[in-house]
Design a protein around this ligand. Structure first.
Ligand SMILES: [Zn+2]
Length: 78
């Protein structure tokens, strides 16, 4: 009869997901280009890019990206 191995106590090892923060940095010669970071959380916390929107997973800050940048400058006209 084959012995049945019963795992006791020890949890199976699982690798943690990588943060992939390094993908937000691009080194070009001796210049470092960083992707957009959260204005609330500061540099180091990057914004997720989804459907033309930037979103911070930490403080839930979201920013609309793209064509309608002119509207922002128009707000100050009065
Ligand atoms: Zn944030």
């Amino acid at each position: 009869m084959a012995k049945k191995i019963v795992k006791k106590g020890k949890k199976s090892h699982k690798n943690k997901p990588t943060s992939k923060k390094y993908t937000k940095y691009k080194i070009d010669g001796d210049k470092i280009t960083r992707e957009k970071f959260c204005p609330r959380c500061g540099p180091g916390v990057f914004l997720m890019n989804s459907q033309g929107r930037l979103y911070c997973g930490k403080c839930h800050y979201s920013e609309f990206q793209g064509k309608k940048k002119e509207e922002v400058s128009e707000e100050k006209k009065e």
